[in-house]
Design a protein around this ligand. Structure first.
Ligand code: NAP
Ligand code: ZN
Ligand code: ZN
Length: 351
């Protein structure tokens, strides 16, 4: 298999900062698309993985799964993309395509495990996959998304993970007019959840630990705001929500949020803190509440989400950074100090 080398940023151990690396990509196969990366969002999962917080990180690790760029090469059998197309790649680059989940378009739940954009298995080169903190990437066309041309490409990058990870459970749980929906944790995922739930027609309640985000939440589309560190505000809102999307990246008391649900309400976890979250039985039993999880979204649904955002003019609120600032960006992410997504301008890596 022919390969070519590209510049990237990654890390060689959980404790080490990210630094310049050179990585190999496979040359395009018949069904591949080669993409010149313009922008890549910085997801909290990048940090969890770079620092091995979920265990199982293979080093060196090159994070990045919110990729937007232009097609520079296509394989002989590629039918859906042409050189010059504006495209995106999210959290997956392959799956078995044969199992029940894959056949239903739910590749993220592939029974044989989807291939993640980074820290997955690159079967052609028998090595780990490397993500979007790099100049170029080669991806099978079935896992490449079309980016609406009316949206700002840098601010669209975060839709590829933060957008679909919030869109999918909001759709699955039928969020829309007449539903009171709480979004917990207003970071990259949470702020997209607010915008998308609002566009779906729901009554949106932001639940944040950050006083600084209270004023901003209305601008994002919130109808109401609960400062979760204020016990009285939490008490006043017991039993008021049909659905809660929990986007929190760190340890937190899930029972405090379950109290806010109405009878038959559901709380879906998309945030993935490294340690277990204890749930008290009586947080769920008395009002027949549900506690569930959700992982990104399938390719078909990701395209649906991008088209929805194109129609509603929804993008992420971003802070554009050069690749060289990634380590300080990780530190700020840990403090919840970003409004609301860092996006790397990949030109900084190329020059
Ligand atoms: P982020 O930008 O860092 O946002 C996380 C937010 O959580 C913070 O802005 C903060 O919001 C809140 N928070 C942080 N510490 C908290 C604490 N101790 N108690 C309560 N709230 C706290 O992260 P992100 O990129 O949105 O990712 C969020 C989580 O989702 C991460 O764990 C990530 O790995 C996971 N994720 C899951 C999927 C999936 O498929 N399920 C996909 C992508 C990411 P406030 O300031 O508003 O309180
Ligand atoms: Zn992500
Ligand atoms: Zn499968």
């Amino acid at each position: 298999m022919n390969t070519f080398s590209v510049k990237a940023f990654g890390t060689e151990s959980p404790e080490a900062p990210l630094k310049p690396l050179t990585i190999n990509r496979r040359a395009v196969t018949a069904t591949d698309v080669e993409i010149d990366i313009f922008y890549c969002g910085v997801c909290h999962s990048d940090l969890h993985t770079a620092r091995n917080e979920w265990q199982g990180t293979v080093y060196p690790n090159v994070p990045g799964h919110e990729i937007v760029g232009r097609v520079t090469k296509v394989g002989d059998h590629v039918s859906r993309f042409n050189v010059g197309d504006l495209v995106g790649v999210g959290c997956m680059v392959d799956s078995c395509r044969e199992c029940e989940s894959c056949r239903e378009g739910l590749e993220q739940y592939c029974e044989n495990g989807n291939v993640q954009t980074y820290n997955g298995h690159e079967k052609y080169l028998n090595q780990q996959t490397f993500g979007g903190y790099s100049e170029r990437v080669v991806v099978d066309e079935d896992f490449v998304l079309r980016i609406p041309e009316n949206l700002d490409p840098a601010a669209t990058a975060p839709l590829l993970c933060a957008g679909i990870t919030t869109y999918s459970p909001l759709r699955h749980w039928n969020v829309g007019p007449g539903k009171r929906v709480g979004i917990v944790g207003i970071g990259g995922l949470g702020h997209m959840g607010v915008k998308i739930a609002k566009a779906m027609g729901a009554h949106v309640v932001v639940i944040t630990t950050s006083m600084a985000k209270v004023a901003d939440a209305k601008r994002l589309g919130a109808d109401e705001i609960i400062l979760s560190t204020d016990e009285q505000q939490m008490k006043d809102n017991v039993g008021t929500l049909h659905f809660i999307l929990d986007c929190v990246s760190a340890a937190h008391d899930i029972n405090a949020y379950l109290k806010l649900l109405k009878r038959d309400g559901s709380l879906t976890l998309v945030g993935a803190p490294e340690n277990p979250l204890p749930v008290a039985p009586f947080s769920l039993i008395p009002k027949r509440k549900s506690f569930s999880g959700s992982m990104i979204g399938g390719i078909r649904e990701t395209q649906e989400m991008l088209d929805f955002c194109g129609r509603h003019n929804i993008t992420s609120d971003i802070e554009l950074i050069p690749m060289q600032d990634i380590n300080s960006a990780f530190e700020r992410l840990l403090k919840g100090d970003v409004k609301y997504r860092f996006v790397i301008d990949m030109q900084s890596l190329k020059s």
